[in-house]
Unconditional design. Structure first.
Length: 520
């Protein structure tokens, strides 16, 4: 079989953990567990999978403990501080994520990721494959061949054999000679004092090789440089051994094992939910089929029946569908009501599209619903209910009996939670993936206004909002009681809602000429 066009991607996993940890700061879940390295690493791996769709891929990690290099030089990497605890805690999750992406993970005691990648690159290249080493570590330059290249995804920079020749004027393998002379401060590789990469390159190009530089040290220009090359000859020889990547690590490479399999959707969703990565959870979670009773309310008779049910229940979760996020501009398109979990109805009053069924007249519908909406004795539950109050007020109805706002309750319970929108709360507390607004109205050129959405689709979307809000109310109310925060929530936060409504609807007066004069 000809593998000429097939490429194997080898990811320096350890290097990317460090990059992710330092690139994404101050990220943790609501329990205070650090998640920055996990998040950055996951996004990197996802981008690689999406952009390249690799057939073969392996993620390689350093293993704990000393390597063969420590036997050569005890002080190897001795200047490096220990791994921060916040980073170390995240590594098990990162490895679990790699495994559940059905990507081969490789690590071996006594060897660094560099050596494993070097060995795997040699072995798969010998079998006719091309290799891309996914790393920004300059140590890997020595491994580049006509069929092996480096790709730094952070800078989107590819380094191949031609690039090495153009930039450095030497062959890739000669980078070992350069690094042996220059050393590597980050790994505590001494090299020759006073010799940096620029000087080392000049010497290797002038004398042809590492050995020739040391053999002909007497012919080197500059007394101090000449003296150091002689005095630190053994240091240079040891340094060259330390920087040489071992391409013959005792491991086997099975091409079938390197094939990327289908991701374990449910397991990844579970991990991302625990870490509170909403976007990633959304990407892998599947919506569980539930037996729900979501109905349309299209006649005045059905509206009156709904009113009687709300009066009998004494508590209702409600949600409005409108034309704008701004309640002071929004036109009402529909209302949903939920009295029991998994049950809700949608009253469309403003959908416009070819074939739309007959809907209740807006004012007639509000006239019938006014009895319960304005009844102080019927408790109203909502998500950001202040918005619904303001929309209804602008349509001539005063919502009274404001009882529970799930968004405010979430904030009282955990102010540090990343989000408090309904989609996130349903995921966080109920493990439920909701129908997103984007799924209903579409995106880009295929998007539509909500009033163009068929009433059946609007029903499922809006009823789910009212239903989930009711379910959340019960869960969050229990949490408030356990945390002894009910007094703060009911006696302060919820009582502020009507006050804020009046303030926002009334507005404030300003000195317009004054502000216009100071405006740029």
């Amino acid at each position: 079989m000809d593998h000429e066009k097939e490429t194997v991607y080898l990811v320096d996993g350890t290097a990317y953990i460090h990059r992710a940890y330092h690139a994404v700061r101050n990220l943790s879940n609501s329990h205070g567990f650090p998640t920055n390295a996990i998040f950055g690493f996951s996004k990197m791996l996802l981008k690689l999978l999406a952009d390249k769709n690799p057939l073969y891929l392996a993620v390689v990690f350093d293993s704990k403990g000393p390597t063969f290099r420590h036997a050569i030089y005890e002080q190897y990497k001795a200047n490096r501080p220990p791994m921060p605890d916040e980073m170390a805690q995240q590594i098990p999750f990162i490895k679990e994520i790699v495994i559940n992406f059905s990507v081969k993970m490789v690590e071996m005691p006594g060897y660094e990721a560099d050596d494993i990648i070097g060995t795997m690159a040699r072995m798969v290249e010998d079998e006719g494959y091309r290799v891309v080493m996914v790393t920004g570590d300059k140590d890997f330059r020595q491994l580049i061949t006509p069929r092996v290249s480096m790709w730094d995804t952070m800078k989107d920079k590819v380094t191949d054999k031609i690039a090495i020749r153009e930039v450095y004027g030497i062959e890739p393998v000669q980078m070992i000679d350069v690094m042996g002379l220059a050393g590597d401060a980050s790994d505590n590789v001494p090299g020759v004092p006073g010799v940096g990469e620029k000087t080392a390159l000049k010497l290797v190009k002038e004398f042809g090789s590492f050995d020739q530089v040391l053999e002909q040290a007497d012919h080197v220009k500059g007394e101090k440089l000449k003296k150091n090359l002689k005095a630190f000859r053994e240091s240079a020889i040891m340094s060259r051994k330390l920087v040489t990547i071992n391409r013959f690590v005792p491991l086997e490479t099975d091409m079938e094992e390197l094939k990327v399999g289908p991701p374990e959707q449910e397991k990844l969703a579970r991990i991302f939910r625990k870490l509170e990565f909403k976007e990633l959870w959304d990407q892998f979670a599947t919506r569980e089929e539930e037996s729900t009773d979501y109905r349309l309310c299209l006649s005045e008779e059905e509206l009156r029946s709904l009113v009687e049910k709300i009066k009998a229940k004494g508590r209702v979760s409600l949600d409005t569908e409108t034309t704008s996020r701004n309640p002071l501009e929004a036109r009402l398109l529909g209302l949903s009501f939920s009295l029991e979990e998994k049950e809700a109805c949608y009253v469309p009053v403003g959908h416009i599209y070819p074939g739309v069924p007959r809907q209740p007249d807006l004012q007639a519908a509000l006239g019938i619903l006014r009895e319960v909406i304005e009844d102080e004795g019927i408790e109203k539950v909502g998500q950001n209910i202040k918005y619904d109050v303001e929309v209804l007020r602008r349509h001539g109805v005063s919502l009274k009996g404001i009882f529970f706002d799930t968004m405010i309750a979430s904030y009282v319970i955990n102010p540090g939670l990343r989000q408090h929108n309904l989609d996130y709360l349903a995921q966080h507390y109920l493990k439920h993936k909701m129908i997103s607004y984007g799924e209903v109205v579409g995106k880009g050129k295929k998007s539509r206004h909500f009033f163009e959405v068929p009433v059946e689709e609007a029903r499922d979307y809006s009823c789910e909002d009212a239903d989930m809000t009711l379910r959340l109310m019960r869960r969050l109310n229990d949490k408030l009681r356990l945390d002894k925060n009910q007094e703060l929530f009911f006696d302060l936060e919820m009582k502020l809602v009507p006050v804020l409504v009046e303030m926002e609807l009334t507005g404030i007066k300003i000195d317009k000429p004054f502000f216009q004069a100071i405006s740029p």
